[in-house]
Write a protein that binds this ligand. Structure first.
Ligand SMILES: Cc1cc2nc3c(=O)[nH]c(=O)nc-3n(C[C@H](O)[C@H](O)[C@H](O)COP(=O)(O)OP(=O)(O)OC[C@H]3O[C@@H](n4cnc5c(N)ncnc54)[C@H](O)[C@@H]3O)c2cc1C
Length: 517
């Protein structure tokens, strides 16, 4: 996101620009940081002041105001934060266009003739993204929060004491505060990269022209999603990953399928590879690489860096508020999301290991109860699923096998390949699996990984089972509509149930189980 530095005679709100400043981005800014809008006169004291209007801050402010609290919300850039402006929303819009392009490219597999050569109108893809983002921005609009009774302050928040902060020269006194300042892209410490220039998620969605050759540095969720999407949209993408596996923390079988999918898409995959120096040569970026110990040179038109996120703690003057933090973990919180100042809480990326919109949302809901109603909601009681929206998607919940074993828990693992699932075959989406780990000798679900076209939707069934204490055996009795890809979950549960049968019962039911849908 290109934000101009405020000039002396400008107010902060005059300075916000989102490139390109077309009608869609004007609408986005009008909704989320209206220019020339004066801040309200602060109340004497707020029940709750929320710093940061991303997913965590917006949910906290809306929930608390809905319960009758006097709430102030402070945002220095755009309401909606990363998710709306430079994260989930724009990335999923671009990914959707990329999937459409791929389906048309693969149409012959489905018996559909399309003329040779599928053209991607890259500027139109990005315009569609801007159009949808501006439409969604109405949900996060300043006006909407004002209508809820929230005092919205646009500017930088900075603590001045344990129960007060300052924004735009005004003092806000509070009984409770919530720090929801999110995270920012981790910088890549490589010589020459600043001078050569690069994109992060904060700037890549300003593109209006397609870079012919794009190097993506980082094989985490962000790098993988965007590398595949931009390749499908016609860029020639090379992805560099420091280790030998994409999505380093993910199930290796899942990561292998993803690497295979990249190869089919003609993404150039460089594992065990780091950039050691970057320079520019005319319009080109020149990267020196260390690839498995070999020196190599790579030329590209653009570089996207996505090597992780760091919590945003700078400029908050947390010392004045008595809030402990460090640059890596962010704001320190206990299991109730309370900071070292017990009147100040934190939610979302600024304090969480799992940096997702749904965790920002879940922690915001906890904070409302814990901060305002003496609630005792605990972070460690939450079951957190996640999904990387590549094709196929990779979703996970609970423990990985290695994590369970590290905790001394013995594991039984059941796997259902999608190549055996009727709907996945019919859809031509039969690469993937459902893998479920249970506590050995029981059906207690410890964790699961799903690789499938819509794994992000499918994982919720397993998450519900874990949260509800429903065992894998019971999922076998849940009637799933036929034919759906989610039947793979029932089939993996059938596998578990078969292990419980006596030899006689196995013989009796053998016929049924061997022909089963
Ligand atoms: C490319 C990309 C794709 C993603 N896709 C997904 C996805 O598909 N699913 C998913 O669950 N998650 C996804 N995420 C992660 C998700 O966007 C974040 O986890 C989520 O936005 C975190 O919300 P938050 O409220 O904690 O922080 P943020 O959204 O970062 O909001 C924090 C806000 O605080 C403001 N702020 C900071 N400091 C101050 C200050 N001193 N004063 C006033 N305001 C301040 C910032 O301007 C910002 O608006 C993605 C992230 C990226 C980068």
């Amino acid at each position: 996101m290109k934000l101009q530095q405020p000039k002396e005679e400008q107010t902060m709100s005059d300075s916000v620009r989102v490139e390109p400043m077309d009608s869609y981005n004007q609408e986005l800014v009008q909704n989320t940081h209206p220019p020339d809008r004066p801040n309200p006169t602060p109340a004497d004291r707020y029940n709750l002041v929320v710093i940061g209007a991303g997913s965590a801050g917006l949910v906290t402010a809306a929930g608390a105001a809905g319960l009758g609290a006097k709430v102030a919300l402070v945002e220095r850039h755009l309401l909606g934060g990363d998710c709306l402006n430079v994260g989930c929303v724009p990335s999923k819009c671009v990914i959707r266009s990329a999937r459409v392009r791929q389906e048309i490219q693969d149409a012959a597999r489905y018996g559909i003739d399309v003329p040779d050569g599928v053209d991607v109108d890259f500027p139109a893809v990005m315009e569609r993204m801007r159009k949808l983002r501006s439409r969604i921005s109405h949900h996060d609009a300043v006006e909407k929060f004002e209508d809820m009774g929230v005092d919205v302050f646009l500017g930088d928040a900075r603590f001045t004491g344990p129960d007060a902060l300052e924004v735009d020269g005004e003092r806000l006194n509070f009984a409770r505060a919530v720090i929801a300042t999110g995270s920012t892209p981790r910088k890549l410490p490589v010589e020459g990269i600043d001078e050569a220039g690069y994109y992060t998620n904060e700037t890549i969605f300003t593109l209006t022209e397609r870079p012919d050759r794009l190097v993506v540095i980082g094989g985490g969720p962000l790098g993988c999603e965007l590398a595949q999407a931009f390749q499908r949209l016609g860029c020639d993408v090379t992805i560099l990953q420091r280790s030998g596996q994409f999505l380093r923390k993910e199930d290796p079988d899942a990561a292998d399928l993803l690497a295979e999918s990249f190869r089919k898409d003609d993404v150039t995959v460089c594992l065990n590879t780091v950039a050691t120096r970057v320079s520019s040569d005319g319009g080109e970026k020149v990267l020196q690489l260390d690839s498995d110990g070999q020196e190599e040179t790579l030329r590209a038109d653009a570089i996207l860096v996505g090597i992780g996120r760091v919590p945003t703690v700078d400029g908050l003057n947390l010392e004045a508020a008595g809030v402990e933090y460090d640059e890596k973990r962010g704001v320190h919180v206990d299991d109730y999301l309370r900071t070292s100042n017990h009147n100040i809480y934190a939610a979302g990326d600024v304090c969480l290991k799992h940096k997702f919109t749904h965790t920002a949302d879940a922690t915001a809901r906890m904070v409302i109860q814990n901060a305002l109603f003496w609630g005792r909601k605990r972070l460690t009681r939450r079951t957190i699923p996640w999904c990387t929206y590549t094709d196929p998607e990779i979703a996970h919940v609970g423990l990985y096998k290695g994590q369970a074993e590290d905790q001394g828990i013995e594991v039984d693992t059941f796997v259902q390949q999608l190549s055996e699932v009727d709907r996945a075959i019919a859809d031509g989406e039969d690469e993937g699996f459902v893998k479920v780990h249970v506590k050995k000798g029981t059906d207690k679900i410890l964790g699961a990984t799903i690789v499938a076209s819509h794994a992000g939707d499918m994982i919720s069934e397993i998450t519900t089972a874990i949260v509800g204490g429903v065992g894998l055996g019971t999922l076998s009795n849940v009637i799933h509509p036929y034919p759906t890809q989610a039947e793979a979950i029932r089939q993996v549960a059938d596998q578990y149930n078969r292990t419980r049968l006596t030899p006689f019962a196995k013989k009796v039911t053998g016929g049924l189980m061997s022909w089963r849908r």
